[in-house]
Design a binder for this molecule. Structure first.
Ligand SMILES: NC(=O)c1ccc[n+]([C@@H]2O[C@H](COP(=O)([O-])OP(=O)(O)OC[C@H]3O[C@@H](n4cnc5c(N)ncnc54)[C@H](O)[C@@H]3O)[C@@H](O)[C@H]2O)c1
Length: 257
């Protein structure tokens, strides 16, 4: 028996997952599909997205792909339309697409890079929610999971734009949780730290950065995307009824807030 037996309530639900070609996004799409959800997979990377779609199909669920940039204002309405046209409902939005910054002290960040950090990691989540929420309000039901970061809770030296964006995700989540509390739409965020994905192979993630971060994790290891997906699947389910606007830690014991 897989864990999905506990989440059978999302059987037949429909989810949009952004950044679905990446580590956490792919694991999330597969976890939701394993619990019976249909998924709209959104990412910049067409080829990997098709692979994830095939994996979803192999689990017996349905997937459609949308290749595009989440900073493009047209993408969010297109994703919602695709969900409605294909699957005729939208229950779950996982705002997961994101990327790290180059390692530069905040006062030396090029303003164009700073703006890009905020666009990709924060504004993209706002525009996706802006497109999805009216549909969810109309249905009287929705689950939104915004992927923040421990960087947004604690700050992160040499990644100021990224940390600021993720702190913005936290504030947006808390705000929307309050705004939507009486509409059946529950909005929560997760704040992972050091998850084993492509992000950990980017140039900014040097051995020095890795070791410094690992030394702060009581479990002494990186997390796996599947561990993140497990929490997202729970937050995407109707099992969550009295918790909204909250940030859930995924840091191997590092966070004590
Ligand atoms: N890996 C970690 O340690 C960690 C820690 C904290 C937070 N996060 C967050 O988790 C989320 C997922 O990251 P991941 O670790 O799976 O990394 P990843 O690089 O494997 O996946 C990120 C995905 O987002 C996509 N993406 C990036 N920019 C995009 C854009 N403009 N439009 C569309 N798609 C875009 C990428 O193509 C990629 O497939 C991100 O929001 C990241 O900030 C990751």
């Amino acid at each position: 028996m897989t864990n999905s037996a506990r989440l059978t309530e999302i059987d037949g639900h429909v989810a949009i997952v952004t950044g679905a070609a990446g580590g956490i996004g792919r694991a999330t799409a597969l976890r939701l599909a394993d619990a019976g959800a249909s998924v709209v997979l959104v990412d910049l990377v067409a080829e990997s997205l098709d692979t994830v779609a095939d994996e979803v199909t192999a689990l017996g669920s349905r997937a459609v792909t949308l290749v595009g940039d989440v900073t493009d204002d047209e993408l969010a309405p297109a994703a919602v339309k695709l969900a409605l046209d294909t699957f005729h409902r939208l229950d779950i939005l996982v705002n997961n697409a994101g990327m790290g910054s180059e390692q530069v002290p905040t006062w030396q960040i090029d303003p164009a890079v700073w703006r890009r950090d905020l666009e990709v990691n924060l504004t993209s989540q706002f525009v996706m929610a802006r497109a999805a929420v009216p549909v969810m309000i109309e249905a009287g039901y929705g689950r939104i999971i915004n992927v923040a970061s421990a960087a947004g809770m604690e700050g992160h030296a040499m990644a100021g734009g990224y940390a600021a964006a993720k702190a913005g995700v936290v504030a947006m989540t808390k705000t929307m949780g309050k705004e939507l509390a009486k509409h059946g739409v529950i909005v929560n965020a997760i704040a992972p730290a050091l998850i084993n994905s492509r992000m950990l192979h980017e140039p900014w993630f040097t051995d020095e950065v890795r070791n410094a971060l690992l030394s702060r994790i009581p479990m002494g290891r990186v997390g796996e995307p599947e561990e993140v997906a497990e929490l997202i699947a729970y937050l995407a389910s109707p099992a969550v009824t009295f918790t909204t606007g909250h940030v859930f830690d995924l840091s191997g014991g590092r966070a004590t807030y």
